[in-house]
Design a binder for this molecule. Structure first.
Ligand code: BEZ
Length: 371
């Protein structure tokens, strides 16, 4: 494996004349982002080759963060805004990150030949062990969006012992029913593949608002040189099997799970239903206001805050290293996001902005942020 870059920036650096600690911190973050460009690898699997990019160095006794992106995107267009967000650096510097690109979605990917049998979502999940074996990583915390959230869930169902936690954004664990198929076929008569994928990623309100973000993603998807590959991933997503989650049943996620969805996002109902099927002692549900269909793009600050609590609940983030971060973000998260579950609020993860301290309940209990 190619050697990974360790970017060490010491805290004791003298400040430049006139430089405040805040400015120094921003400069440090900028330097870290610039220097760590990631190392891209490909491995062969029984279902074809898969490409992934590794940032940071493995940390002893810590899981890797492994991400899986949604249809129409790749790891960069899906996760860069989140992982390069300023406050996120305090979290991710403690973890090595493995960002998987679904086959044919990596930058510069050649178009698959006509008739190529693209892997099903279940087969994409079955490629993950090859990646972990190659890197010699034993456990992960998964962060997935849409199809990526489904793939990570399927992987977790098959490899419970290797998944320490999951952040699932916009997950729809159900196979398409005949009504969905009929609607999908009808839409397909009048819309292009790229418009259908945009309708999967963003709310109708966002699409008609045509903000700069929408224009950017419409442009990326419509002009993607690998649009034929994207259509294959899209078809696999639409042909997914039901994950068959069952509360109290055998088929369930055993690790701590944070479900995330934007309010009025296309998948809001599916995520709400998913929450009702998972183990309430292990699952937290974050419905994020003002975030549209892609909270990791539109609200990286609030999502960073939620991930921080999630990791802290799992015992991975000492509260001391998060005090600055939490102080600076409390108000915005409280005003616009609710972290809720369908159960008693008696055990909460709470934060007091007056003291600036954090206390956490066990992962999986209702999380509440207040100030
Ligand atoms: C990371 O640091 O993990 C990262 C950097 C750039 C894009 C995506 C992720």
């Amino acid at each position: 494996m190619a050697e990974l870059q360790e970017v060490q920036i010491t805290e004791e650096k003298p400040l430049l004349p006139g430089q405040t600690p805040e400015v120094a911190k921003e400069a440090e973050i900028a330097a870290r982002i610039l220097l760590d460009r990631g190392q891209t690898h490909s491995v062969e699997t029984p279902y074809g080759s898969v490409t992934f990019t590794v940032y940071g160095t493995p940390k002893p006794k810590r899981p890797a963060i492994l991400t899986y992106h949604d249809v129409g995107l790749n790891y960069k267009s899906c996760f860069q805004s989140l992982f390069q967000f300023g406050d996120m650096q305090e979290i991710i510097q403690n973890f090595v990150r493995v960002h998987v690109d679904a086959p044919g979605m990596e930058e510069g990917a050649p178009v698959f030949p006509v008739g190529y049998q693209y892997p099903s979502l279940d087969q994409l999940a079955d490629m993950i062990p090859c990646i972990l074996q190659y890197l010699n990583f034993s456990t992960i915390i998964g962060i997935g969006v849409g199809a990526g959230a489904y793939i990570l869930s399927r992987y977790a169902l098959n490899h419970q012992d290797t998944v320490e936690g999951l952040v699932l954004i916009n997950i729809d664990p159900n196979a398409k029913g005949w009504m969905d198929w009929a609607a999908h076929k009808l839409t397909g008569l009048t819309s292009s593949i790229s418009e259908m994928i945009l309708g999967h990623l963003f709310s109708q309100e966002e699409l008609s608002g045509n903000s700069e973000l929408i224009q950017k993603y419409r442009n990326i998807i419509t002009h993607a040189p690998n649009l034929d590959n994207i259509e294959l991933y899209w078809n696999s997503y639409n042909n997914r099997r039901d994950l068959n989650f069952e509360r109290g049943g055998d088929i369930t996620l055993k690790c701590p799970v944070m479900l995330v969805v934007g309010d009025q996002a296309p998948h809001e109902d599916a995520v709400v239903e998913c929450n009702s099927k998972l183990d309430p002692t292990q699952t937290s549900f974050l419905k994020m206001a003002d975030s549209g269909g892609q909270p990791q793009l539109t609200q990286p600050g609030k999502l960073t805050e939620a991930i921080k609590y999630f990791l802290q609940g799992m015992g991975y983030m000492a509260s001391s290293c998060m005090t600055r971060l939490s102080r600076s973000r409390t108000a915005s998260l409280t005003s616009a996001a609710s972290i809720d579950g369908s159960r008693s609020r008696s055990r909460t993860m709470s934060q007091s902005s007056e003291s600036g301290t954090l206390s956490s309940g066990a992962p999986g209990h209702t999380m509440e942020v207040s100030c």
